[in-house]
Design a protein around this ligand. Structure first.
Ligand code: SAM
Length: 192
């Protein structure tokens, strides 16, 4: 039983691309109420449900509270864009590294489509700083965005550090919504 229907979007994307593997470390950004974390816990075996498989790690972050979940470590009342949160993640992740960053984050919608779009794009861009600190080379990122004029900017940024970037619109995502996901693979640290 999932806490929220959003689980089906991640399940669908993961079934198609086999992103989450047992033993991996996952950071779930904007995790409340915890449905994506539930999926991640199952897929990376972080609750140790299958003792034959390597045990992964799931860390979920949200501004809001997140009810506890076996196999996940939650950072409620934490802002993903805050460097102090990044520092905590470094401590919680094995070797301070994640294989996968998931983001289903969304700002409170103002109802002004362009404004909400821009705000969410800014939040996605901040994930690039997080990636630089914790994402291991070869790692992946899935991030939700609302389609609009700045989407190509985000795609360009992602393409500058990921070997492959594609746009996904899961069937479980309402057809009439602007919601999309970028799926970026094969991370390489930016050269400074
Ligand atoms: N994926 C979640 C699930 O399956 O249960 C649902 C996520 S919900 C669509 C978006 C979440 O992003 C909200 O809970 C919101 O509080 C969170 N959020 C928005 N901005 C954030 C930020 N800067 N840092 C952390 N969480 C944030």
């Amino acid at each position: 039983n999932f806490r929220c229907r959003s689980a089906f979007k991640l399940l669908e994307m993961d079934d198609k691309f086999r992103l989450l593997q047992p033993g991996q470390s996952v950071v779930d950004c904007g995790a409340s109420p915890g449905a994506w974390s539930q999926v991640a816990v199952q897929r990376v075996n972080s609750a140790g449900t299958d003792p034959e498989l390597p045990r992964g790690t799931v860390v979920g972050i949200d501004l809001l509270n997140i009810p506890p979940l076996d196999g996940a470590h939650f950072l409620p009342s934490h802002d993903v864009t805050d460097p102090a949160t990044h520092a905590k993640l470094l401590d919680l992740l094995p070797n301070g590294q994640a294989h996968v960053i998931l983001s289903d984050m969304a700002p409170n919608a103002s109802g002004f489509r362009e404004m909400d779009h821009e705000k969410l794009i800014m939040m996605c861009l901040s994930l690039m700083d997080l990636a630089e600190k914790i994402l291991q080379p070869g790692g992946s990122l899935i991030c939700k965005y609302w389609d609009g004029s700045l989407a190509h900017k985000l795609q360009e940024k992602l393409s500058s550090v990921f070997g492959s970037v594609r746009t996904l619109k899961p069937n479980a995502s309402r057809k009439d919504s602007a919601e999309r996901y970028f799926f970026a693979r094969m991370y390489r640290k930016p050269v400074k």
